[in-house]
Design a binder for this molecule. Sequence first.
Ligand SMILES: [Zn+2]
Length: 199
Amino acid sequence: MFAPPVNRLIGELAKLPGIGQRTAQRLAFYLLSVSDEEALPLADAIREVKETVGQCEVCFNLAVESTCRICQDERREGTVICVVEQPGDVIPIERTNEFHGRYHVLGGALSPIDGVDPEDLHVTELLERVSANGVCEVVIATNATTTGEATALYLADALRERSPDLAVTRLASGLPVGSDLEYADEVTLGNALRGRHAL
Ligand SMILES: [Zn+2]
């Protein structure tokens, strides 16, 4: 319908989560309407993150160096690990100021229907970290969704089998059922962390 470069931009924008065809069109026309100085920093920012940001080799959080800032921070307790699904889940937990341990990012949640099995997540690495480093508690902070709950139960079993003395805890309820961690407010999430219980 439009010139090929415009169609291409709309097509790329429409692939973003939560952006439908109409919003993609609106954003594309916005970008066409502003100056180069206003539009191009977006393209540069996308290129820069893709070229410089990778995964922490310890916890799989986002990292600019080989390990992330949390893993590099000596003041963080190494004996407690909080397990989350995605790197974006670290941020709301950090905002609560209730957690001073370290993280482990799984890279998703178990979902056999969608073909996501334990081998597709960073489960082995978690089990290795826990048995190697004197970890005494693993807080499972996967989402309060069907797949998040199934993942929590699977991990609790796997962790207990490997390290019988380990405390495996889950965030307290109070988080909206069926919702993703990233949408929880800090107060609710802080309460859920403080009230975590054994799995
Ligand atoms: Zn890390």
